[in-house]
Design a protein. Structure first.
Length: 362
């Protein structure tokens, strides 16, 4: 395994690619890496330190926990208050602040909230606790949504009637279209998310390139992957070419994973969804279809995502849209740290603020 990765981490090749970038003397190019895993890799490998002044990287809305709005956390907390309810969730969601509390605080106060590593783990919790209502907090993009769909299908097939899902699943293309259509757009190219692309393929990106004139590259998470993607995007942007390249073909097929997409849309249907920092985007959410509505926690418990204000002075929304960097927020590193986060961007392991806090400005 080490030998496999060494081919994408070779120091001499990285230095050569860095010299190619440092020789750039064209117009300024601003590139957005959409995926939170890319954000962390860029910091971990010091990619920004290899870029000249004319090339800059900004982070986008590719962290599912970060784009989940306060109103969703508040709805989950209302559920957690029920004595006959067990909440299951991924760990990153535990410390995201709601209006008045967080899942972690409510767990410490006695609520039955459990961290799971897969939506399928929640089915076992439901089977082991037949007198409880088990609600999985389903937050994620196309990467995890197929597995969430599979858990609903297995509950349906197995007659598990005490399992429910509170879906805040989202799809990436509509958010990208929103960013690309911004009249004040300062983005010259997208580094597209590798994990999402492995599921949905590249055709949606080609539509964005054609409709909005913005190039993109699908790439992996190793340093040479990212450097080559930046070089390609600088060349495309400087040449005025709105093309899409797939440089992650070792994992991403042009058509993606049709089986995963089919399972996802068997259970879910497109819906309007609220994105932190962006607002409501039609067609960007995944709501449970009527056939499986018995597993829809929104309907089963009569929940509504009431409007809730973001934390005062928190600029997480601006960071997610590429309009600000974390250290431009007055809370960063003081009132907002990973141990005591004011906003979601500081919570998640893929959050931009968490990356800046851990690795510095670079």
């Amino acid at each position: 395994m080490a030998d496999y990765f060494s081919g994408f981490r070779d120091h001499e090749t990285a230095q050569k690619l860095g010299r190619m970038l440092s020789s750039y003397r064209g117009r300024p190019v601003r590139i957005m890496e959409v995926c939170g895993t890319h954000t962390m890799a860029i910091f971990r490998y010091g990619i920004r330190s290899l870029l000249p002044d004319g090339i800059s990287l900004v982070s986008g809305p590719g962290c599912p926990v970060c784009v989940t709005p306060v109103s969703y956390i508040d709805a989950a907390l209302r559920l957690a208050a029920g004595r006959d309810v067990i909440i299951t969730t991924f760990g990153d969601l535990m410390r995201v602040p709601g209006s008045r509390s967080s899942l972690l605080r409510e767990k410490a106060s006695g609520a039955d909230i459990r961290v799971v590593y897969s939506p399928l783990d929640s089915l076992k919790v439901a089977q082991d606790n037949p007198l409880k209502k088990v609600v999985f907090l389903s937050v994620g993009f196309e990467t995890t949504a197929p597995v969430s769909a599979l858990s609903v299908l297995k509950a349906f097939e197995g007659g598990i009637d005490n399992f429910f899902m509170l879906s805040a699943n989202k799809t990436m293309p509509e958010a990208l279209k929103f960013l690309a259509s911004d009249s004040n757009r300062e983005i010259d190219g997208f580094i597209y998310p590798g994990h999402v692309s492995a599921v949905i393929g590249v055709s949606e990106y080609e539509k964005i390139a054609a409709d909005f004139g913005i190039p993109g590259v699908v790439t992996g998470f190793e340093p040479l992957d990212i450097l080559r993607a930046v070089i390609s995007l600088v060349s495309l942007a400087a040449g005025g070419k709105a093309a899409v390249e797939n440089q992650y073909s070792r994992f991403v097929a042009r058509e993606g994973n049709p089986v995963a997409v089919s399972k996802m849309y068997e259970v879910f249907e497109p819906s309007c969804s609220a994105w932190r920092g962006i607002g409501n985007l039609p067609g960007s959410g995944l709501a449970i279809r009527e056939k499986y509505s018995a597993y829809d926690a929104w309907k089963r418990f009569g929940l509504a995502a009431h409007g809730a204000e973001e934390p005062l002075a928190c600029r997480c929304g601006d960071v997610l849209r590429g309009r600000a960097v974390p250290y431009e927020c007055g809370l960063f590193g003081g009132a907002c740290t990973p141990e005591n986060p004011a906003g979601a961007c500081m919570v998640s392991s893929e959050g931009t603020c968490a990356a800046y806090y851990r690795y510095g400005r670079q």
